[in-house]
Design a protein around this ligand. Structure first.
Ligand code: IVH
Length: 677
């Protein structure tokens, strides 16, 4: 037998419900609680205990918000008044046109009162109250008929189950608003979903809509949802003269209203307010893509009426949108001037902030993997200001199973050469000498002073030749004709002849210079010289193994691998043969004799470092070391053979001692090279 609740208990339950609802309102609507969470919990537990014991549960009890048993499907709900959509304006001029239209329709020149509110980006719902109690909550659906989501909506704590406060209570009222999720809560939700391996929501709007349209209301209850009420449908037993008055009633009746509602007379004041709102919206905790401007006066609204599905008395002003949703039709690799290959996506064209976006970089393969971007995916693309577009997320819900990954290529998409990726680096590089994507950088380097020293082939002229189609490949330098140059703006007879002569002269070169000029990754002037000392002819490097290159004492593994990669690429070998066929002749005065390391000079294969002041200028001594087959290095390492210690030595001396590198005096150095008496 259930105990009948004595009047005293009933009164206590009523008091607890009212108190708890008030604190809910303070917390969820006003964001200014007056009691601690613990105190709230204490009251809640007391109420729950009494309700369970006496089976006396008020309809607006907070205990009724926790969710109900899952549904099989949503029931349909017809809206008494259709839920309309809004026409959009994308510029202030369109706002002025809107104002002009209204004035024409009203046959009036007088400035009108308008309200302005942020446009919430969530899910529109209608709350039906009968005699002050929430009887039904429904989605917008097609505008005429939506779905019954009452159980779910009740779990949103800012929504009053009973109209309270000191607002007048109408016999019946349909209140419209938007359910939305704050950006931070959206991010946290996605983080949690990622951890659990669940598909992510593309944006807060999808998260809010997905949370409301749950057959299991306990899921809705677990999501942090908010409501902003901005409109009224059918109502009886109350009257409002304007939007302004209606919003004031909502506030009194403890409904959550838009973060900002303003009223201004005349469209220019509204435009000012739109400008200000664009600034303010940056600080809103929620996303908003615009503002809604409404004719304030309800009788004027009625007079203006509706055209098909949009009221003539309201408009949504949209801020330049920075995001769009589109599909990836293809992913391709693009080769930059320095050979780095970057994946990029080709989209079904989408308009974002007034610009059509049809492609965007995907940065690199690591990034693409991290975001799990595939060909065929539906993605969210963002374009912030003038910045290039980015794919910010994949909408995994839209996957059909036909999406394809885009693997790292093993051949350059521009020239078919080998592609390398260095350990610990994200960049994927084409090492093709004749690669058309790299032709400008390669030629600029090839012609530079330390390399082939071709005067007249600097950056400007290379750009000129390239943009006029005279050089498309590296090998084209040696087929340039004077006649072609004369057609270009910057060349006259003499300058054209000079360039042709300089190119011709460069054809006779040394192996060391030529190797440096090829621009092999990590191979600078010094490494080129070392290679020339150790390899007699260019052909001796063809298909070289990295182990062979590391036998050269001063060359490390990274450089050796790069040299080997370069000379194992068939395209590169073909290009080198073409260069020979075009008349490039390479001598090698640096070669130090047959077989490894057996080089001329008493310092062959030795690395020396100088510290302190010597009796002769340091540069002279360094040149001498190089002349005698050694290498004059600037810093001490494990590879250093000798440190020559002069007067007032620096920290290099300590370094040598700590590494156990042999130190010698200048005199001992002379003894080493047989120069001392
Ligand atoms: S007024 C007939 N006010 O935007 C008037 N709507 O694109 C229609 N929305 O369906 C509603 N914030 O879901 C109004 N402050 C606001 C709004 C707002 C968001 C939504 C609403 C509407 C859609 C139209």
């Amino acid at each position: 037998m259930t105990e009948q609740p004595p009047e005293k208990i009933k009164a206590e339950i009523e008091k607890l419900v009212n108190e708890l609802n008030y604190h809910c309102y303070r917390y969820y609507v006003l964001d200014s609680p007056v009691i601690s969470d613990e105190e709230y919990d204490r009251l809640y537990i007391r109420l729950k205990g009494l309700e369970d014991r006496y089976h006396y549960i008020l309809p607006d009890s907070p205990t009724q918000r926790v969710g109900a048993p899952p549904l099989d499907k949503f029931e349909k709900v017809k809206h008494t008044e259709p839920m309309l959509s809004l026409d959009n304006a994308f510029s202030f001029d369109e706002m002025r046109e809107f104002d002009g239209r209204i004035k024409r329709l009203l046959k009036s020149d007088e400035d009108l009162d308008y309200t302005i509110e942020p446009k919430y980006d969530g899910l529109a719902i209608e709350l039906t109250y009968r005699n002050g109690l929430l009887s039904k909550a429904s989605t917008r659906g097609d505008g005429y008929e939506g779905e019954d989501v009452t159980q779910n909506i009740k779990t949103i704590k800012s929504i009053p189950i009973k109209i309270a406060g000191d607002g007048e209570i109408p016999a019946e009222i349909d209140i419209r608003g938007e359910v939305y999720m704050d950006i931070e809560d959206f991010n946290n939700l996605n983080k949690e979903r990622e951890r659990k391996g669940e598909p992510l929501f593309a944006n807060p709007r999808n998260a809010a809509a997905g949370s409301v349209r749950q057959l299991d209301s306990s899921i809705t209850a677990s999501r942090k949802l908010h409501l902003a009420c901005y409109g009224v449908g059918a109502f009886r037993g109350i009257d409002f003269a304007s939007q302004w008055e209606f919003i004031a009633w909502l506030k009194k009746a403890r409904f959550p209203t838009p973060a900002i509602v303003e009223k201004h007379r005349g469209i220019e004041k509204i435009i000012d307010a739109l400008r200000k709102l664009e600034e303010k919206r940056k600080h809103f905790p929620f996303e908003t893509d615009g503002a809604v401007v409404k004719v304030n006066d309800f009788s004027l609204q009625k007079q203006l009426g509706v055209k098909t599905r949009e009221p003539r008395w309201a408009i949504a002003y949209k801020y330049a949108s920075h995001q769009g949703i589109t599909k990836i039709l293809d992913i391709q690799g693009s080769v930059g001037r320095t050979g780095v290959i970057t994946p990029f996506a080709i989209f079904e064209p989408v308009r974002i902030g007034g610009v059509t976006v049809s492609r965007s970089t995907l940065h690199n393969w690591d990034e693409m993997k991290r975001k799990d971007i595939r060909i065929g995916d539906t993605v969210v693309v963002e374009r912030a200001g003038d910045v290039i577009p980015h794919v910010i997320a994949v909408i995994k819900d839209k996957r059909t199973g036909k999406e394809r990954e885009f693997p790292m290529p093993n051949k350059c998409p521009a020239c078919g050469s080998r592609v390398v990726r260095e350990e610990g680096e994200v960049a994927v590089r084409c090492i093709g000498l004749n690669c058309p994507a790299q032709v400008r950088e390669r030629i600029i380097h090839f012609a530079s002073r330390g390399a082939m020293d071709i005067e007249g082939l600097g950056e400007k002229n290379v750009e000129l030749l390239y943009s006029n189609g005279l050089i498309a490949h590296f090998t084209d330098i040696f087929t340039l004709k004077k006649g072609d140059l004369l057609n270009l703006p910057r060349f006259a007879e003499k300058s054209a002849q000079n360039l042709i002569d300089a190119i011709e002269r460069s054809k006779r070169t040394t192996l060391a210079r030529f190797l440096y000029a090829l621009g092999i990754l990590h191979v600078g002037e010094y490494a080129s010289k070392l290679l020339a000392r150790n390899f007699e002819k260019l052909d001796d490097l063809f298909r070289v193994k990295p182990e062979r290159v590391t036998r050269i004492k001063q060359i490390g593994e990274k450089t050796a691998r790069s040299v080997s990669d370069f000379f194992n690429d068939e395209q590169n070998l073909r290009t080198l043969k073409t260069l020979k066929a075009l008349g490039v002749q390479i001598s090698n005065p640096d070669f130090a004799g047959k077989e490894t390391g057996e080089r001329k000079g008493p310092l062959r294969g030795k690395t020396l470092v100088i510290t302190g002041t010597l009796p002769r200028p340091r540069e002279d001594v360094e040149a001498l070391i190089e002349q005698l087959g050694g290498h004059a290095a600037s810093s001490v390492s494990g590879k250093t053979d000798y440190v020559i210690v002069g007067e007032n030595p620096g920290s290099k001396l300590q370094k040598a001692r700590s590494l156990g590198v042999k130190t010698i005096s200048y005199e001992e150095f002379l003894g080493l090279i047989g120069e001392n008496e």
